[in-house]
Design a protein around this ligand. Structure first.
Ligand SMILES: [Zn+2]
Ligand SMILES: [Zn+2]
Ligand SMILES: [Zn+2]
Length: 932
């Protein structure tokens, strides 16, 4: 007789291999056909809302691994919150205006941007952006990210633009918008002003020159000390091209300044820097003839080194002793601090550089030169004039354009600004009331907002939302009020912002609008567009407040940590300015994805890992598991090896689930469950560990610490289930009668385990959880998708401390026995562990403990028989490392039962079934005849 046919061997159709690249698309289809996302939302309609507001990715190019990380994190949160019983809709968004798309469109059209009609270019830009919205949408969906993909928010949509105009109008009405001449970051190759968020610092090699400014007027101060006609204030600069715009020299009133005699000449330099400067310019023998407190130099005047212009000595606190001479060349047209000094001292603001970075007529003999080409001729001019004291080079961190990577300049131009000073205090206060995760985010954004300049909103480009301002054709007064804003917003809501370019001011404005200053009724339109950060920064008003399924403020914003200066900040500023409150209750940031060695990903190093490749090779669930496994608050590594590890862990979770499922093929949770009181102790221990897992996992989700739940789930599957509980269970599950209470008890626990586990992993392993859900025996009240189910709760009654302490001890003993068995196997005393009989030696209380356990030990340790002895073990016994006992392993006596593989002296006793043990014989005889 083939006794294996009388065993309850595991069976399941749940596939061993994940085959995720093939199986996941089928699951996506099914979700779509079943409309699960909307069904889940509908069922949670009356539940409390949880709003995670999506930060819109920029719609150019395919998604990269950083996008995947961001969207998967969001999806994990949304799915967890939904399972927790929240109404958690997810409305994805896209940022679609701005330079990169305009650049791409110009390239496609193959024309110079000055030859293009704005409407043609804008049409191309819109097509380009919407194409990538579609591409990215499919890529995000493939990651298993759920949301209202059919109705995303897109910043180029008319309804969005209209709302953005209203936000701008609201800010203007409150007096927060002004036009001013200002030194702004300016990219000469992109020909536009840049926001602070669009600047990145890179090393640059620059000229380093020391220039002598002849003193013109010393107010009598130098009398008897130095010959005025041979005295110079010495400045240092790394941007010789800014010298044509020089209008002053700035000193620090708190420093001491020295008059230095150098040969026939006298130099004015901060006293503490004299030595350094002498060394830098390669001179020696300098002698300090007099020192003055800086404030004594007030009212002195120098002369520009090559232009007929005075350079008065003024004061500024930004002058330091860290570098240079303590006498700072000041060109208010080319620097933010210089600009402030200029305003404070009524200096002229000279800006001899045009939008493309070329010198204008104002620069005299340098007219027409590009600023980067002007350095050398200017240095030459200084040399000819005899005022170049020193010339070298310096490597330093210099601001570059984040788009084209070229070094930027500062340039004073007329720009529209949001006056951050108008609402800075409220913004700082609001920051205090937001939860920042990790907590250092609070200081980071606080400092950025506290220190920031006013927000330059103007861009001299075409692809964006126009700045909604008219100018009087007669007196040039800027017109913005409720009437104009309403007219523009309504027009945009109907026709989109293209209408600004297609229509004249008269066509846009209602009849009768007159200049508030002169009464004239003809206007021209502003040609600047808004900074794209204003677009996305208006989403709280244009999306959260508009869509009925959402609410404001959002519960959570979640983006990369670079958004403290980007979207988190622009959203905060527009929200504070218009509503007085922050747009979010909590802000979570993640780091950036780096390669396995911690290096930034770059195409030139060839270390990029694309989400598309991961999905093709491993599947989205492996990528999602990687997201969960990482402590994403710092930078996150990814590599082939890391993905292989992820696959291993995935396989462990999958196999554990599969094994549990395979033992539930004849279990109906509606009728076959065994009461807790009828469970065996080891079953209760498994339930206890399961409750602890829920607790740990809940905590991890609540704290957004997914790596903790990743480890907890992996450990539970690998250790508590595979290595302990399921291992011990095999004999009970396979060899008893199918309906045996012990077997049903084991199945009851197995069911509890898989039911709980499938929920705990559902937010992360979203495809696999759904697959498990399909193969799980279910009661009729459970929904078709695990995502529509409810989160499991902890059963406190199962958290039995005494039981846990007892079983921790038993498992420690089991571990010692396992080590002894391992040695015996190695020494060929036994083959399979069931071949073994063990003698255990212990004394005192431990002996008593073991004695009571004697009958359980074979099943717990998966051996045939065990005897406990109240004495020290023989010399050749294994001595426990962590528990004070000895174990001697010998071959079991009796004969191996063909059915259960245990050795037993009862094998042969049954006449009908001589090859099996008594226990098995009883089961076989009681079994219903298999119908075949
Ligand atoms: Zn640029
Ligand atoms: Zn006017
Ligand atoms: Zn047997």
């Amino acid at each position: 007789m083939d006794y294996s046919e009388t065993l309850n061997l595991p069976q399941t159709e749940f596939p061993m291999r994940g085959d995720l690249p093939k199986r996941e698309p089928e699951m996506l289809m099914w979700w779509k056909e079943q409309d699960i996302y909307n069904k889940r939302l509908a069922s949670g309609k009356d539940k409390p809302k949880f709003i995670l507001h999506d930060g819109p990715p920029y719609a150019n190019g395919n998604i990269h691994i950083g996008h995947a990380l961001n969207k998967v994190l969001k999806d994990i949160i949304i799915k967890y919150k939904s399972l927790q019983g929240f109404n958690a809709p997810y409305i994805p968004g896209w940022d679609t205006h701005g330079l990169p798309i305009e650049h791409a469109a110009i390239k496609i059209l193959g024309l110079n941007r000055h030859q293009l009609e704005p409407l043609d270019l804008r049409k191309q830009c819109a097509e380009y952006a919407l194409k990538y919205v579609d591409i990215q949408r499919e890529e995000f969906k493939r990651l298993g990210v759920w949301g209202d993909w059919e109705h995303p928010y897109i910043t180029l949509k008319p309804e969005y633009e209209a709302k953005q105009i209203e936000v701008f109008g609201d800010m203007a009405k409150k007096g927060y918008i002004y036009k001013g001449l200002k030194s702004v970051y300016w990219c000469t190759s992109c020909e536009t002003a840049l926001a602070e968020a669009e600047i990145e610092y890179q090393e640059k090699k620059s000229h380093s020159i020391y220039v002598k400014f002849p003193m013109l007027d010393d107010q009598g101060l130098l009398q008897g000390i130095a010959d005025l006609s041979k005295t110079y204030a010495v400045i240092w600069t790394t941007t010789p091209w800014t010298l044509p715009a020089n209008v002053a020299i700035c000193l620090n009133a708190d420093f001491d300044y020295a008059v230095v005699k150098a040969g026939e000449e006298f130099y004015i330099i901060a006293k503490d820097l004299v030595e350094t400067v002498a060394k830098e310019v390669g001179q020696s023998g300098w002698e300090i003839v007099q020192t003055f407190p800086g404030k004594d130099l007030e009212g002195l005047k120098a002369h520009h080194p090559f232009i007929d212009r005075e350079a008065p000595l003024v004061f500024g606190e930004h002058v330091t002793l860290e570098a240079g001479t303590g006498c700072v060349h000041t060109a208010p047209g080319h620097g933010i601090e210089d600009f402030e000094v200029g305003v404070n001292n009524n200096l002229p603001i000279i800006n001899p550089v045009d939008h493309a970075g070329r010198f204008t007529q104002e620069a005299g003999k340098f007219t027409g030169l590009k600023v980067e080409d002007a350095n050398k001729p200017i240095i030459e001019e200084l040399r000819e004039q005899g005022v170049l004291l020193g010339h070298g080079s310096v490597k330093h961190q210099y601001a570059h354009c984040w788009r084209c990577k070229n070094p930027i300049i500062y340039r004073a131009t007329e720009q529209w600004f949001a006056s951050v000073d108008g609402f800075r205090e409220s913004a700082l206060e609001a920051i205090e009331n937001v939860r920042w995760i990790p907590s250092w985010g609070r200081d980071r954004i606080h400092n950025m907002v506290a220190d920031r300049q006013d927000w330059c909103i103007s861009r001299q480009r075409v692809w964006g939302v126009p700045i909604p301002i008219f100018y009087c054709k007669e007196c040039n007064e800027a017109i913005i009020n409720d009437v104009t804003i309403k007219a523009i917003a309504e027009l945009f809501r109907k026709e989109g912002s293209n209408a600004w370019f297609a229509k004249s001011a008269e066509e846009i404005l209602p009849d009768g609008v007159a200049c508030t200053k002169c009464g004239h009724q003809e206007f021209r339109k502003e040609t600047d567009i808004m900074d794209v950060w204003f677009d996305s920064g208006s989403s709280h008003a244009a999306v959260m407040e508009q869509r009925p399924e959402l609410a404001s403020p959002a519960d959570l914003y979640l983006e990369g940590s670079d958004q403290h200066r980007g979207w988190f900040q622009s959203s905060l500023l527009t929200s504070i300015a218009t509503k007085g409150t922050a747009p979010y209750r909590a802000v979570l940031t993640h780091g950036f994805v780096v390669d396995g060695l911690g290096r930034k990903m770059s195409k030139s190093i060839g270390n990029t890992v694309s989400p598309q490749d991961i999905i093709k090779d491993y599947g989205a669930d492996i990528l999602r598991l990687w997201v969960a496994s990482a402590d994403y608050k710092a930078d996150i590594r990814i590599s082939k090896d890391i993905l292989k590890q992820m696959s291993e862990v995935y396989r462990k979770i999958r196999n554990t689930s599969r094994y549990v499922l395979s033992n539930l093929y004849d279990f109906d949770p509606a009728t076959d469950k065994v009461a807790y009181s009828d469970l065996q102790e080891i079953d209760k221990w498994a339930l206890l560990k399961l409750q602890k897992l829920i607790q740990k996992v809940n905590q991890a989700y609540e704290d957004y610490e997914y790596h903790l739940l990743y480890h907890a789930v992996h450990n539970f599957c690998a250790v508590e289930m595979s290595a302990i509980y399921l291992d011990i269970l095999k004999d009970r599950l396979y060899t008893t009668l199918p309906t045996d209470t012990g077997r049903r008890a084991a199945q009851t626990v197995a069911y509890e385990v898989i039911y709980t586990l499938v929920h705990l992993i559902a937010p992360v392993l979203t495809f696999t959880a759904e697959e498990i859900w399909r193969f799980m025996p279910k009661t009729s009240d459970l929904p078709v998708s695990v995502q529509m189910s409810e989160w499991p709760t902890v059963t406190d009654a199962w958290l039995d401390d005494q039981l846990e302490a007892k079983w921790d001890r038993i498992l420690a003993i089991r571990a010692e026995i396992s080590k002894a068995l391992e040695i015996a196997r190695r020494d060929k005393v036994i083959g399979h562990s069931l071949d073994a009989h063990i003698d255990i030696y212990a004394e005192g209380e431990l002996y008593n403990f073991l004695q009571e356990l004697q009958d359980e030990l074979p099943r717990i340790s998966i051996i045939s028989t065990a005897t406990v002895h109240p004495s020290p073990g023989p010399a050749d016994a294994y001595n426990g490392e962590d528990v004070k006992l000895s174990v001697k392993v010998v071959p079991a006596t009796g004969v191996k039962c063909e059915r259960c593989w245990n050795y037993s002296v009862t094998v042969g006793q049954d006449e009908q079934h001589p090859a099996i043990c008594q226990r098995c014989a009883t089961v076989v005889k009681a079994q219903p005849i298999a119908e075949e």
